[in-house]
Write a protein that binds this ligand. Structure first.
Ligand SMILES: C[S@@+](CC[C@H](N)C(=O)[O-])C[C@H]1O[C@@H](n2cnc3c(N)ncnc32)[C@H](O)[C@@H]1O
Length: 329
């Protein structure tokens, strides 16, 4: 039998009390988060991240990207980004008529979040278990100052808390954009488009007639809709690893993600490369930036006939891969 999780321990020891009825909002659970102490029919999963959304939906949970009305209780799963953790707590306290539970790993910063809540005299019943903590918020605590405002950064771009590179343009993406040729081709795809920086640079090109922006994070895609305000752009809330375009493209541009949670995960970038190869015409080109230490070259040479590094330094490399090799997957 597996060891009880923090939530089940907190429930069975009576440290936290879940209501007998009413819907329970579960904010930002991760794949593998334990929901077993909850009545599945009453759970509403709130997550902006498409792979997690699909994971929980496939298990029969009701999923949404934003709260739908009011809830009898809310459970916040602490994300690694502090501004996002604060935003989720503020959101949970606004939509719950009952208990608000905060559950997180030490490595995701739950201890400093608990300290912040304690300083506000808003935390109670902390329980430590399995390298993390679970606590409840004092009913009626006001977290309205933790509601994030959209930020306007350099270039007039809009970003939101929790999206990649929310405070400014990523240096790797900027360099990639500066390296792109004046003509990219008619149909271009931006994989993992984030808040739309690369997309905005791509539509500067007159030869582009269609740009598909594919992004798993709903909030980031909302920002991209604002930042790439162009009739040639189409926005897809999707998991790149399983996404396919309607028609094959002339170019793919990307700065692929290289983390799953806290763990460096080059396999995610490799899956992006596989999608790029499948999405391109036989004459198509992939343009990507990667951190120097990430070894994508073997995957690129399996998937493309010609691969070269067109620019680089100790931190980043800009890679161009031409002419995909057809594979079923
Ligand atoms: C390194 S960031 C690059 C963002 C943007 N292109 C830029 O240059 O600023 C990678 C992006 O991939 C997104 N992402 C991560 N996993 C994804 C997946 N499975 N499917 C689609 N997008 C994903 C992240 O949310 C993030 O916005």
């Amino acid at each position: 039998m597996s060891a009880p999780t923090r939530l089940s321990l907190a429930v069975t020891t009576g440290t936290v009390h879940l209501p007998e009825e009413g819907r329970v909002a579960v904010l930002a659970p991760k794949i593998g988060s334990d929901l077993s102490p909850l009545d599945a029919d009453r759970v509403h999963i709130l997550t902006p991240f498409k792979p997690n959304f699909e994971h929980f939906r496939a298990r029969g949970y009701h999923c949404a990207v934003a709260p739908e009305g009011r809830y009898g209780a809310a459970i916040v799963h602490v994300p690694r980004a502090k501004p996002l953790a604060r935003a989720l707590i503020a959101q949970a306290t606004r939509v719950s008529d009952g208990v608000v539970i905060v559950d997180g790993e030490k490595t995701d910063g739950v201890e400093s979040l608990l300290k912040e809540c304690r300083r506000r005299e808003a935390a109670e019943a902390p329980l430590s278990k399995a390298h993390g903590k679970i606590f409840t918020l004092v009913p009626g605590s006001d977290f309205s100052d933790w509601i994030p405002q959209d930020a306007e950064i350099e270039g007039g771009f809009i970003t939101k808390a929790g999206v990649f590179s929310a405070d400014g343009i990523d240096p790797g993406s900027r360099w990639l954009a500066d390296c792109l040729p004046a003509a990219l081709g008619a149909h271009v795809i931006d994989l993992g488009a984030g808040w739309g920086y690369l997309g905005a640079r791509i539509v500067e090109r007159g030869d582009v007639t269609r740009l598909d922006l594919v992004e798993a994070h709903h909030d980031a895609l909302d920002c991209a809709r604002h930042n790439v305000h162009d009739p040639r752009a189409a926005f897809h809330w999707a998991d790149v690893t399983s996404w396919q375009p309607e028609t094959r493209a002339d170019a793919v541009v990307m700065n692929p993600p290289f983390h799953t949670g806290r763990t460096a995960d080059p396999d995610l970038g490799r899956a992006f490369i596989a999608t790029a190869a499948r999405a391109l015409k036989p004459s198509g080109t992939l343009w990507m930036v990667a951190n120097r230490h990430l070894l994508y070259e073997a995957t690129l040479t399996q998937r493309f006939k010609h691969v070269d590094e067109i620019a680089g330094d100790t931190r980043f490399k800009i890679l161009r891969a031409r002419h995909p090799v057809r594979k079923t997957r």
